[in-house]
Design a protein around this ligand. Structure first.
Ligand code: ATP
Ligand code: MG
Length: 420
């Protein structure tokens, strides 16, 4: 048996060769969110377990079986964050931020869930999420849809569908809950183990079951839509009207209840059929009661999280190129004077061509070996500093891809050359 050192199952490395796509995707997302008036918030990866239990709800997959938790020596239980909303809400309350007005924030980072690893489902994964605190209108719900919709458009994504639903008010849900319990109790023999347990703890979650054998039972279940309170029905109508005026197609999925307990009114998922069963790339909804439940002043809130691994898989699946490769230059230098000069030139080039990638040779090997390195780096040009060039205070430029002759010029002209 080999004792080679290995990462934890379901927790992946991002290797250098794959990093450009991640970086440019993150930048695209952050720039877009910032342009909609969102500011970044960063909360710890570890919180008290209780913070997650209170926010997410006891009878959820996450709290029941997916959290990484441990006890500190003082007996306090801590957990790695399985999602970002609980920490955001905790921070909002702790720093009294909603008192200063509407808060529009986004977060990014690793989340941890002890799930069975498979394509699009990992134990450490990465989300970018958005939360808005202090606004209860359907207009902000719709703005989140406009923002995510334009993200898919900017990326060139195809085949993504917006599914929406409303969970109504707490009272409407309570009424519906008893109707649903009656229905599932009548068909108790068809429920699997999880759902039988949920029948008493959290019957709405049965609708969210991924068990194929239960799908027809679930499809025929009574719909929350038919038990809505008037205010929530109006809110949902407004939400749909905004989507229509934005020309954002959607489907109403009355079975959409979301995996977390804290939602009310608007819930939504952006889904695709291109990723098999891990088809949800972005999901969220309204959670007007959560801030108060966690000990803050009553504050309406709405948000979503998108899974970066799934988005990357989809981008790759659809063959989208989101990062235009920047100009790259390999500086080839031979001789002691040329090494000194190459450092100065590299700094001048970095300053003049901030987007370009510069590889300043560090092998000090032969010309031939340095050119090999330049090819290996896939550089567009070699910038050559030999004895002759140094003496004449010039540089030579050699295109490494396609046509073009080697040319000698001074640095000013070279910068112009690269700019064109
Ligand atoms: P699913 O039904 O697929 O388990 P979820 O309802 O648990 O998803 P959320 O808690 O809403 O997911 O998280 C938001 C998004 O984060 C998901 O839509 C998905 O894109 C991503 N995500 C969730 N869990 C994982 C995971 N284990 N690995 C990779 N991405 C994930
Ligand atoms: Mg899940």
């Amino acid at each position: 048996m080999s004792n080679k050192i290995q990462a934890i199952r379901g927790m992946n490395d991002l290797l250098p060769k794959d990093s450009a796509l991640w970086l440019s995707l993150e930048k695209t997302i952050f720039d877009l969110f910032i342009s909609y008036g969102f500011k970044n918030i960063r909360t710890p990866v570890v919180e008290k377990t209780d913070t997650f239990c209170r926010a997410i709800g006891e009878a959820t997959d996450i709290v029941e079986k997916e959290m990484y938790s441990w006890k500190e020596s003082n007996g306090e239980s801590l957990s790695l964050r399985p999602e970002g909303t609980a920490g955001c809400v905790r921070a909002m309350i702790e720093h009294n931020l909603p008192r200063e007005g509407i808060q529009k924030v986004f977060y990014q980072g690793a989340m941890f869930r002890h799930e069975r690893p498979q394509k699009g489902r990992y134990r450490q994964f990465h989300q970018v999420g958005v939360e808005v605190f202090g606004a209860d209108t359907a207009k902000i719900d719709a703005e989140l849809m406009a923002m995510t919709h334009s993200l898919w458009q900017n990326l060139g994504l195809k085949n993504v569908t917006l599914e929406i639903n409303t969970l109504g008010s707490a009272e409407a849900r309570a009424n519906y809950r008893s109707v649903l319990v009656d229905y599932f109790t009548e068909h108790k023999d068809q429920l699997d183990e999880d759902s039988t347990r949920r029948l008493s703890s959290n019957p709405l979650r049965i609708l969210d079951s991924k068990n194929k054998d239960m799908q027809s039972l679930i499809n025929a279940a009574p719909k929350l839509m038919d038990h809505l309170d008037d205010e929530s029905a109006k809110h949902f109508d407004e939400f749909k009207a905004y989507l229509e005026c934005l020309n954002i197609p959607y489907v109403v999925n009355t079975r959409l209840v979301r995996g977390l307990d804290y939602y009310n009114r608007t819930v939504f998922e952006w889904t695709t059929t291109d990723l098999g069963s891990q088809g949800t790339i972005c999901a969220g909804g309204r959670y007007d009661g959560l801030v108060e439940k966690m000990g803050g002043k009553p504050t309406p809130a709405v948000g979503f999280a998108l899974g970066l691994e799934r988005l990357i898989l989809l981008i790759e699946e659809q063959g989208l190129l989101i990062n235009k490769t920047p100009l790259s230059i390999y500086i080839v230098a031979l001789g002691e004077n040329a090494q000194l000069k190459s450092m100065q030139i590299a700094e001048q080039l970095h300053h003049a061509l901030p987007e370009a990638i510069l590889y300043n040779d560090i092998t000090l090997a032969s010309f031939k070996a340095q050119f090999k390195k330049a090819d290996k780096a896939n550089a567009d040009y070699a910038l050559i500093l030999g004895e002759e060039e140094i003496q004449n205070n010039q540089i030579a430029i050699k295109p490494l891809k396609g046509q073009g002759e080697q040319q000698t010029m001074d640095l000013e002209d070279a910068i112009q050359y690269f700019k064109n």
